[in-house]
Write a protein that binds this ligand. Structure first.
Ligand code: UD1
Length: 434
């Protein structure tokens, strides 16, 4: 298992480039199931979750072509013939977003069999709202042997009010509704930019969607969708992680290729915490030369402060003067990183959905364990300002969603390297000298 070794205390200086958004790329790839024609996606990040989705689609019989060389961020997906409309437990357990195939499969193929995702490190994450919505669209749902099976000759439009705001739930039903008979009205929808990006792609494929990015989405079902070419939006969570890295290390960092408009709540909170940023249409510059101040934060659905930035913000709060109260409103167990930060010297108390971070405490390097994707990012950030060499274990979590993180951070001055599992000496291949 790979580990990251990070030596702290270097200010990050220079320009760092943001990749395409994983959370926009995943539903876009699932959307290719809705048509028999090729869908070309650009700005796809090279991360593990994308690889998992490629495997998922290929296992169903889709042709998934990868770009090479300069086109390595492009993928072409053609779902002309599918052998089996099924997402196995083996894949769903490694990536919950696999459930995004449920809606498109039942809409175009009339049948979908998808494993139920089960427990998750950051809390209970049921898919009951996806299932309920599909039932309202006329699908027959059965659950057996840990799988949910949905069947429908043709889905029919309906009015659906989400009991709770769900990002992938909105995306799943949005995709299903594009091929339903008649009009679908989705209410209390997630407003995340990734939902709007998916709707852009679907409209390019011939769908008739209005209102994506707002709480009410209206979809006029069509007979058929066609192929399209689409560029995925930049990853706002990756951008946010780099902004905090620049601020924490007292650096001067230009985060290029991002969409500052998607970062409103974060930039506002950072300003409250004493961090100076400046932005133009597609980059943010962060100047980390002033003192950091404590600022309370609570996570909310977009456009509020993203839960996917809460662990990184916690790392920042350990270095701010004063007490910050962080409230996690989206997931019920998303503070696993707190105990690892405490091992590095942070003063954090967690009670229910609230974490009290008392700063500023110097951090010292330690061996720590990553528990999930964004928790890993929080530990990387803490390590960048810790005294000594931190070793982060289980970085496969990080690889699910951050593209070439070490290379990118090294490029702006971080001392970070990856080490693989050490093999016992006798099984190492002999060195051949010529
Ligand atoms: C997506 C993001 C994830 C982010 C999360 C919240 C992707 C691939 N993942 O996850 O990075 O952290 O949004 O911004 O885009 N819920 C239910 N029933 C359901 C669905 C959700 O109760 O059927 C609950 C969840 O348990 C959670 C809340 O709703 O408490 C929000 O979850 P949701 O928005 O669905 O998260 P994901 O779409 O899984």
């Amino acid at each position: 298992m790979d580990k990251l070794v990070i030596r702290g205390a270097n200010p990050l200086l220079g320009t760092i480039r943001v990749s395409g958004a994983k959370n926009a790329a995943l539903p876009a790839m699932a959307a290719a199931l809705l048509t028999e024609e090729p869908v070309i996606l650009e700005n796809i990040p090279q991360v593990r979750d994308i690889e998992t989705t490629r495997r998922l689609l290929a296992e169903m019989g889709a042709e998934v072509e990868l770009g090479y060389g300069r086109a390595h961020h492009r993928t072409t997906i053609c779902c002309r013939n599918l052998a089996s409309p099924e997402a196995s437990y083996e894949l769903v357990k490694t990536m919950r977003a696999s459930t995004l195939v449920l809606g498109p499969l039942v809409a175009r193929w009339g049948r979908a069999r998808v494993s139920l995702p089960g427990g998750c490190a950051i809390g209970a994450r049921p898919i009951d709202l996806h299932i309920k919505g599909l039932e309202q669209l006329g699908a027959q749902i059965t659950q057996e042997h840990g799988y949910v099976e949905a069947r429908a000759e043709r889905l029919r439009g309906a009015e659906i009010v989400f009991d709770k705001i769900t990002v992938t739930g909105t995306e799943d039903l949005l995709m299903a509704a594009t091929l339903a008979d008649g009009e679908t009205l989705l209410q209390n929808c997630a407003r995340e930019p990734e939902v709007a990006d998916l709707a852009d792609l679907l409209n390019k494929m011939g769908a008739r969607i209005e209102g994506a990015g707002t709480v009410t989405i209206r979809v006029q079902g069509v007979e058929k969708l066609h192929g399209a070419k689409h560029r995925i939006i930049p990853d706002r969570i990756e951008a946010g992680t780099f902004i905090i890295a620049g601020a924490l290390t007292g650096g001067d960092l230009n985060i290029a290729g991002c969409e500052p408009q998607h970062l409103g709540a974060l930039l506002q909170k950072l300003e409250e915490a004493g961090i100076k940023t400046a932005h133009n249409a597609e980059s943010v510059r962060v100047m980390g030369d002033g003192p950091l101040r404590a600022a309370d934060m609570m996570t909310e659905e977009y456009p509020g402060f993203p839960t996917d930035m809460q662990p990184q913000y916690m790392a920042l709060a350990t270095q701010a003067e004063g007490t910050s109260i962080l409230t996690e409103n989206i997931f019920d167990n998303r503070f696993m990183h707190a105990q690892e930060l405490v091992r590095m010297g942070a003063n954090i108390k967690v009670e229910g959905c609230r974490a009290t971070v008392r700063g500023r405490t110097p951090l010292s390097a330690a061996a720590v364990l990553a528990s999930d994707l964004r928790a890993s990012a929080s530990l990387v950030l803490a390590a960048l300002v810790a005294d000594g060499e931190t070793i982060i274990d289980r970085v496969y979590h990080l690889d699910r969603g951050y593209e070439h993180l070490e290379e990118k951070l090294r490029g702006v001055g971080a001392q970070i390297r990856r080490i693989g599992e050490m093999l016992p000496k006798r099984v190492l291949a002999p060195v051949v000298r010529t």
